[in-house]
Design a protein around this ligand. Structure first.
Ligand code: 5GP
Length: 137
């Protein structure tokens, strides 16, 4: 994987506001927060997208993510939040090192804004998709 700004943060070559670290995971405040407490949780494993992440790093992130959410909610006083994880430039990924955003959603509107363009799931399409996904697992 190409070197990213997050590799430099992991190595301590670029400063960050660290909120958590263990052998496999690092978490720090986002430099351009959507709301106070906006935090990035990253594996130390240097892969670009979630589908490339090892089971070991995935488990380590899964173990700590709810704990970090609880701490951020307690610290900021927010009671709602989004966890966002972008993969690929077309899906709004800007830094190509896997990361999860924890973004408090405040009553004044600060936080993640979402503009979903919903479609209807047709039954025939659903059957075909389920078959394809299950077959690819
Ligand atoms: P993405 O769009 O890839 O999901 O989000 C990347 C995030 O990384 C952005 O929210 C951006 O503000 C954050 N970011 C980019 N560079 C730095 C940096 O040098 N330090 C910190 N703390 N956050 C960064």
């Amino acid at each position: 994987m190409a070197e990213t700004i997050f590799s430099k943060i992991l190595r301590g070559e670029i400063p960050s506001h660290k909120v958590y670290e263990d052998d496999l995971v690092f978490a720090f405040l986002d430099i351009n927060p959507l709301s106070p407490g906006h935090t990035l949780v990253i594996p130390k494993e240097p892969v670009a997208t979630l589908d490339q992440l090892s089971d070991e790093s995935s488990a380590a992130i899964g173990r700590v993510l709810p704990r970090l959410c609880r701490a951020i909610m307690r610290a900021t006083g927010a009671s709602e939040y989004n966890v966002l994880q972008n993969n690929g430039a077309g899906a709004h990924q800007a830094v190509f090192h896997v990361h999860f955003h924890i973004i408090p959603k405040l009553t004044d509107g600060r936080g993640l804004g979402i503009g979903w363009k919903i479609q209807t799931l047709e039954s025939a399409d659903a059957k075909q998709l389920v078959q394809a996904i299950v077959g690819a697992l």
